[in-house]
Design a binder for this molecule. Structure first.
Ligand code: ADP
Ligand code: MG
Length: 286
């Protein structure tokens, strides 16, 4: 099965204002985030904080009113309609909130995946995954021949995630993928999203207002009243030491520490700290 590599996402001062009946509704004010290729991230925030708006911008369904938004290095605000269409059809997969809106009720799981692939076919994409193979790789083979209308809510939601992967996107977006599920099905959907990022290297961004969903993904970014800044929200991350004593630093840390940077090893009674001293951003006068 041919897969795209994960797409990185970066926003700078991202904002979006809706214009309704002559009134301005500010949905996003200032969103600053960096998601590395292949990362899985939860966007956590209360209702009305702008989560769904952020997802439509990431999906290329709307253009931002202000700021910058890069998906896989390309600035979405600068794209033509044609380029946005291609982005949506080929590079980004979307799982919308209500599973029934993602699915054809009278079709089987395979029919639905083929249907999702038919849009991308307009751009003459070859090498799209065979529906059976895709379901097998996602651990959903038992759904293959089942009719959607006879599936449980949890099965429909897992199939919706598979539909999001039908065109082997580099970025998978899921808006509240567990909101209508009991805890067991919720855990299965979240495990599926985590598996997609780990096994396929697809970048996964999932919106939720459920902390337990957020905790199961790689990182959480909190959005409040249209504002988010993940530079203030970095939690401790783990890196593994190789046999030769080297470690691979997270991408955002690498961006701040050019090759040749020195880290100070501080030996403490209860462990070790690696300190970038002085912080590189201050050292170069920025
Ligand atoms: P969330 O998904 O976090 O609940 P939304 O992005 O849906 O937040 O909404 C953020 C704000 O934007 C809210 O004030 C909402 O009323 C408004 N909003 C969302 N969609 C639209 C729209 N299509 N037209 C006008 N206002 C909208
Ligand atoms: Mg929403």
């Amino acid at each position: 099965m041919r897969l795209q590599t994960g797409l990185a996402v970066q926003t700078q001062g991202l904002g979006h204002t809706y214009h309704v009946d002559g009134e301005d509704v500010v949905a996003l004010l200032d969103v600053q985030l960096t998601v590395g290729a292949g990362e899985s991230v939860a966007i956590l925030g209360p209702s009305g904080s702008g989560k769904s708006t952020l997802m439509t911008l990431l999906a290329g369904l709307r253009r931002p009113s202000s700021g910058r938004l890069y998906v896989g290095g390309d600035d979405i605000a600068q794209m033509t309609e044609r380029e946005l269409l291609r982005l949506r059809g080929q590079r980004v997969g979307v799982v919308v909130q209500n599973p029934s809106r993602n699915l054809l009720a009278y079709g089987t799981a395979e029919d639905n995946i083929r249907f999702a692939q038919s849009g991308a076919g307009r751009y003459r994409r070859t090498g799209l995954p065979d529906p059976d193979d895709l379901l097998a790789q996602l651990g959903l083979s038992e759904l293959a021949g089942h009719q959607v209308g006879r599936m449980s809510g949890g099965e429909q939601q897992r199939l919706s995630v598979a539909m999001g992967m039908a065109n082997s996107p580099g970025l998978l977006l899921a808006d509240e993928p567990t909101s209508q599920l009991d805890s067991e099905n919720r855990d299965r959907v979240v495990a599926l999203l985590a598996k997609i990022s780990l096994d396929f290297g697809t970048t996964v961004v999932a919106v939720t207002h459920d902390r337990s969903v957020a905790a199961a993904l790689g990182r959480t970014i909190t959005i409040t009243a249209g504002r988010a800044d993940d530079r203030d929200q970095q939690l401790d991350q783990y890196v593994t030491v190789t046999a030769t004593g080297s470690v691979t630093l997270p991408e955002d840390v690498r961006n701040r520490l050019p090759p040749g940077s020195r880290l100070r090893v501080v030996r403490k009674s209860h462990g070790l700290e690696l300190v970038a001293d002085p912080p590189p951003s201050e050292a170069d006068g920025a």
